[in-house]
Design a protein around this ligand. Sequence first.
Ligand code: ATP
Ligand code: MG
Length: 251
Amino acid sequence: MPLAYIVAVAGKGGVGKSTISALLVRALAERAKAVVLAIDADPNINLGEKLGAPAGKTIGELREDLLRHADSLQAGASKHETVRYQMALAKVEGQGFDLLTMGRPEGPGCYCYINNILRTFIDEAVDHYPYVIIDNEAGMEHLSRRTTKRMDTLLLVSDPTSLGVRTAIRILALADEMEIKVGRKVLVMNRAERLPEGVMEMVGTAGFDDVVLLPYDDEVDDLISKGRPLTELTNDDPLFRKVMGLAYSLR
Ligand SMILES: Nc1ncnc2c1ncn2[C@@H]1O[C@H](COP(=O)(O)OP(=O)(O)OP(=O)(O)O)[C@@H](O)[C@H]1O
Ligand SMILES: [Mg+2]
């Protein structure tokens, strides 16, 4: 089976990571004519709501359950079977996507063994899909708890301010430092009609492979403020069309 194409979405707080992730899930499912995997890696869970998916069990809850019952889990193959079964419960199916919600990171305790099993299972699950979209929490800490081993495209979302772009550049540097394998690095200027002054120079030296501008969209803002899913957007919505273009620019 060919490896999944993994798109990770990161950036400063509130810049539109989850909005873009949700639209990209739909765009890539349409492009691939197949089910894609959406991963909500923000402990402040909300990708499901934007996708109109019912809430499932989080990987965090699953981890706690497994830890609580660690003693009663039998050794060997059946332990793996239990985790596999539980993982299936954590996967929510929507139209054109499956959703995994990571939930809270681990608390104090001995999680190494369970984390290793979980990671193996996520890595295994990932490659059953043509595309995987990971919506990350704001900031950079999450990179150290990364969900997968590689990112084919890292979308660094920014608002049209130099602070947003500086944060994006910092995350890029951190990914390099942590030796995360990143294929393409794309700066996404959200709610921007044009590049703000001075940004082009910052972008040029920072090592981005591409810059994409996404417009402000009333309809999106309206749906989200009403807690309605972005699946209600029509296909000719201007923001969705741009995201469709972005989806087609990937592998
Ligand atoms: N292109 C856009 N047009 C209109 N509204 C937008 C656009 N992008 C994002 N928004 C709005 O901005 C708000 C924040 O978006 P979103 O939740 O996607 O950001 P985020 O980066 O995921 O935030 P957080 O850091 O809290 O996870 C939402 O209310 C959303 O409606
Ligand atoms: Mg978000």
